[in-house]
Design a protein around this ligand. Sequence first.
Ligand code: S3P
Length: 445
Amino acid sequence: MAQAEHPTPVTSRRGGPLKGRVRVPGDKSISHRAMIFGLLAIGETRVSGLLEGEDVLRTAAAARALGAIVHHDGPGAWRVTGVGVGGLKEPAHLLDFGNAGTGSRLMMGVCGSHPITTTFDGDASLRKRPMRRILDPLEQMGTVVLRQEEGGRLPLTLRGPQEAVPITYRTPVASAQIKSAVLLAGLAAPGVTTVIEAEATRDHTEKMLTHFGAEVTVTQEGEHGRRIALTGQPELAAAPIIVPADPSSAAFPLVAALIVPGSDVLIESVMTNPLRSGLLTTLREMGAEITVEREANEGGETVADLRVRFSALRGVTVPPERAPAMIDEYPVLAVAASFASGTTRMRGLQELRVKESDRLAAVEAGLKAAGVSCAIEGDDLIVEGRSEVAGGGVVATHLDHRIAMSFLVMGLATQKPMQVDDGAMIATSFPSFIGLMRQLGGDIA
Ligand code: S3P
């Protein structure tokens, strides 16, 4: 079992209703990309609202090692002066990405297409995660893998070609990380690099490429997919980035309010990009009372205040094609499903097995520790909901921030407290989680 060196157990217990107004930190996906685009642009990119979680700070450190000048001006406010596409410096030391899958995979795309040698490493969780999915297209573009652990795992060393080869690549699984790594590598290649995805995944990379001045065309591919074509070797020009609040972090107070009786919570200015909003769709189908109070545009993304009240939920079937739009939200959805009447079947969850932990197994074990009856059938997770959930269990988090936060949310509504074996990894994506939940009245310590 992956364990932190000094695990910090955290416990949550049932109390009164959750009430109040909160704002969750900046979006993790956009924050990583802010550092990466800042590195690849000419000029100074100003970022506001950056998520200052450990994952993003690792990407900032990598950007520095590759030649960017990175300044921290105040909470969420950063400036990055880049080196331009083609201008990366060979780092003097290995790049340690800690727990960060997104940072490491996107940076492999960046470094793998430049004539430099780069070594990537990470913590015990990241070392287990499959990187072949990134190395396969990069090898087609001319990257040489000088060192890798079995199955293309970290630590690994890449050497990029003098000039990368543009490719047309069909992603074998729906993954914004694969798509983004190929497109970022394509920046250094002459000609057009094309990525075809059978299911549309989060589109932050495409949007930011356009925002920084690259030529990108996006067309529909089949019923649910997209074809993204990027013209290589553009001169990216620094551009301001406003990072909206992370819907994947908002999911935790949102589900907490739904399952703790009497709750009424407002979560401010949450990004409502449709490719990230599958959880909202699903919870509404389950009968959740969530209202959108104030829609606005923040840095090219729509945002809205979400008002959430305690709701009587009912079980639903979540279709597999919705997975890309809520891929990080299944653990907390499984918690919501535990309190719903009837059965919830979440279909097509194979990708959950290769996240920060094997989330299918971790969620099943956590639910069982809380006395919830559930099962994995093939790639589906089935949860039998009930109005009273016993709780009282200890959950193994396997270095996974979202497993920790999901089961702490659960403990706010179970009869007996829930404990997670280690809350330390919460700092990777949502450092203020415990304080914010306490501000709403949640008993977490
Ligand atoms: C992300 C893509 C998703 C998601 C991850 C962030 C991104 O991963 O799970 O948390 O920022 O591109 P996959 O591409 O592996 O599905």
